[in-house]
Design a protein around this ligand. Structure first.
Ligand code: AMP
Length: 303
């Protein structure tokens, strides 16, 4: 019998072409929900909500199945899968999008299988806020909802985004998006402005510089796990948030201390993810390796 879904995750599924200063990979598996479900798979049973076209390779689907990700919420529509390509600058921080072909993603209407609607944890990954709202309308009474977003929606759908953020427990976005959304340069000011939209927690991602968890009565700063080298930062934020939600769902808790612990897990899984392209590293990862790095990380961070 299949396991009950503990965490529902919705987001994009992309076939990516990525160029870094040292390597170019074409037509590899990407998308926010792909990274997030893979990262969550080490901790809990997740269900994927997304759309692919009829051109989507079976080998990509098999990669998710091998990670025990439930695919009942995956739709296949006539047409081509969403494609995205980007190039990284020498510092690997700045990235330019070269092309975005929405394809079947343009008409995506997330429809949750009945078995996903009772999942206590929900991660609304980066898609149009109207679709995030549509997902929220289908779930029964989730205990904890995390919402992610990107600059595109802040620029073109801020009103809808504001509305859906108000219905979530935690908002995550990266540093520049927090500044864009609020017009505040200081991250503390930005977090204070964002918390007024309604969530209990605001989690600001700072790439290789870690993350900041802000709530009305708590502040937590976490560094990123220091890596010597890495291959591809694409999807790091999604792996971080997916790992965090997976670990939180596994704990069965939703308090600030549990979120802090889950952030550490998310950070460790994301650090493995960027060592290779696509899901290549996560696919070969196991829980022992995660726990080993987690212990090293704790030793480095103690003050
Ligand atoms: P990140 O590195 O967190 O920005 O996530 C990268 C992933 O997001 C890639 O695998 C892309 O397939 C996907 N992506 C790129 N552009 C978009 C978009 N406009 N909407 C949703 N997903 C996207």
């Amino acid at each position: 019998m299949s396991q009950a879904i503990n965490l529902t995750i919705v987001g994009s599924i992309g076939i990516d072409t990525i160029e870094t200063p040292t390597e170019k990979r074409e037509e590899i598996l990407g998308g926010s929900v792909s990274y997030a479900c893979a990262a969550a798979s080490f901790f809990t049973q997740s269900g994927m909500v997304g759309v692919v076209g009829t051109d989507f390779p079976q080998t990509f689907r098999d990669r998710w199945t091998k990670m025990n990700i439930n695919l009942d919420g995956l739709q296949t529509q006539e047409g081509k899968t969403f494609r995205w390509s980007g190039v990284y600058e020498a510092n690997m921080d700045n990235r330019t999008t070269l092309s975005t072909d929405l394809n079947v993603f343009e008409e995506f209407s997330p429809n949750l299988p009945e078995t996903y609607r009772d999942a206590p944890y929900l991660f609304l990954g980066n898609i149009h806020p109207a679709l995030q709202l549509h997902v929220l309308e289908q779930v029964h009474t989730p205990r904890f909802v995390l919402i992610d977003t990107m600059d595109l929606w802040i620029n073109i759908a801020k009103e809808e985004l504001t509305q859906v953020i108000g219905k979530c427990d935690m908002l995550t976005l990266n540093e520049s998006e927090a500044q864009l959304f609020t017009g505040e340069h200081s991250l503390m000011q930005a977090a204070k402005a964002l918390i007024k939209l309604g969530p209990d927690y605001v989690l600001i991602k700072k790439g290789g510089n870690g993350s900041m968890l802000y709530s009305r009565d708590d502040l937590f700063l976490l560094h990123a796990y220091p890596l010597d080298t890495f291959a591809d930062p694409t999807g790091a934020g999604d792996s971080f948030a997916g790992g965090l939600m997976g670990a939180l769902a596994a704990s069965g808790k939703t308090d600030a201390e549990a979120i802090r612990q889950a952030m550490v897990y998310g950070s460790v899984v994301a650090s493995f993810g960027v060592e290779e392209f696509s899901l290549d590293r996560l696919q070969r990862l196991d829980r022992d390796q995660i726990d080993q790095r987690l212990n090293q990380f704790r030793a480095i961070c103690r003050i």
